[in-house]
Design a protein around this ligand. Structure first.
Ligand SMILES: [Zn+2]
Length: 405
């Protein structure tokens, strides 16, 4: 008798905005409800649901990256009226923003705060969040029916040391739905957590009377914005007018940051670089400024959210790491650094994850396999024992687990 059904709503034409459906006899859950700006899929494909969206009980968000939560407004405009569960800090941040400037279509009253490692029952399922160390307040979810355990990692960090004791505490996992962002890259991605370094670098720059320019990327992180405010205040800086203007990004529907982030009209006639300050600017604006070559005492901090889109990116970031602490702030020339502020599990850690959990089935979730599908399958067969590798793509996204005996 099948007891649990897992579907992936997020794959369309090779693009991916994570949203995993898990259904049992008495519960219908969604883990994440993401959105990718631009090309399809803009939001999860509701045709892949075995029921109406209005019949699902709850949405659990793993973290506040747009590709994991950005479709929420769409959900509510499509008759979803259940709750939205988030980690404690994500709950605080999203509630605050909904309470002020965001017109996202997400009712604030739908938000529920989760406590890490505290289980919650929906129908016949128990859902327990654990830290996933991917980025600020990111969580993974252990989903348990009476006899079956599923772990959905969402985006999963690469810090094995921090996560291994959590993995070891899990019951036997029947099915692991895991972060496959880097599964198709032979390279191990960087292991450091980057937030502290980010704060340190921005603090140093401000103390040395630099203007810090933050070109915003397509996928936003509110943690980044919070970190910048915190750092500026700690260094005794007022929040710049540019920052206030950048807040208006959040009143745009569903945070299409790439196009709506900073009103361009606001940048005219302002001498940004007169005094040290922090500016949020669109990427193209920063690129233009950089090329102008006339700037001094300006630090351009590019943040990279999606590590591993391609091999070059990973290597570039690894290359950048070595130079972070060597930034010469006494030299007034403009500088550029790139800081990734989230990280994904690479193959070495993945192997340890699988060794520890020994799930019966594992399903990688990824946006592209870089044409390396066969290579990954070969790597898997050589490195991972016990666990059958499964792809949503091969089955149009449906897995049915048989009840344990
Ligand atoms: Zn993420």
């Amino acid at each position: 008798m099948p007891v649990l059904e897992i579907r992936n709503l997020g794959i369309e034409s090779g693009r991916y905005a994570p949203s995993i459906y898990i259904g049992s006899k008495q519960a219908r859950l969604l883990i994440d409800f993401g959105k990718i700006s631009g090309n399809a899929p803009s939001v999860p494909n509701l045709n892949r649901l075995p029921c109406e969206l209005s019949e699902t009980d709850a949405i659990f968000i793993t973290h506040l990256h747009k590709d994991h939560f950005g479709g929420l407004g769409f959900a509510f405009s499509n008759d979803y009226h259940g709750e939205v569960y988030l980690g404690p800090e994500s709950y605080r941040i999203l509630s605050n923003w909904l309470g002020t400037k965001i017109k996202s279509g997400i009712p604030k009253s739908s938000l529920r705060e989760l406590k890490i490692m505290e289980g919650l029952c929906v129908g016949d399922l128990t859902i327990t969040p654990y830290s996933s160390n991917h980025t600020f307040d990111s969580v993974m979810y252990l989903i348990q029916s009476q006899k079956t355990n599923i772990l959905v990692t969402g985006d999963l960090g690469n810090e094995v040391g921090a996560l291994q004791h959590i993995w070891a505490s899990f019951p036997s996992i029947d099915c692991l739905v895991f972060d496959g962002t880097l599964a198709f890259l032979p390279t191990e991605d960087p292991t450091e957590t980057l937030e502290n370094e980010f704060v340190e670098v921005v603090s140093q720059a401000l103390r040395h009377m630099y203007t810090v320019v933050l070109p915003m990327q397509k996928i936003s992180s509110w943690k980044l914005i919070e970190l910048v405010i915190m750092t500026a205040e700690r260094c005794g800086f007022e929040i710049d007018i540019m920052y206030d203007q950048s807040l208006e990004i959040f009143s745009s529907p569903l945070f299409n940051l790439d196009t709506e982030m900073v009103p361009m009209k606001g940048t005219e006639g302002i001498d940004w670089f007169q005094n040290p300050r922090i500016c949020f600017v669109p990427v193209w604006e920063a690129d233009k400024l950089l090329k102008s070559n006339s700037l001094q005492r300006t630090l351009f901090v590019y943040t990279t959210y999606v590590v591993g889109r391609n091999k070059n990116r990973v290597e570039e970031i690894i290359g950048t790491f070595g130079s972070l602490e060597n930034i010469d702030f006494y030299n007034p020339a403009p500088k550029v650094i790139q800081i990734p502020i989230s990280n994904h599990i690479g193959r070495i850690s993945m192997e340890r994850l699988l060794e520890t959990l020994k799930p019966k089935t594992a399903i990688p979730v990824f946006s592209t396999h870089h044409g390396r599908l066969q290579e990954f399958k070969k790597w898997w067969s050589e490195h991972i024992q016990y666990t059958e590798l499964f792809f949503f793509e091969d089955s149009e996204g449906i897995v049915v687990l048989e009840e344990n005996t």
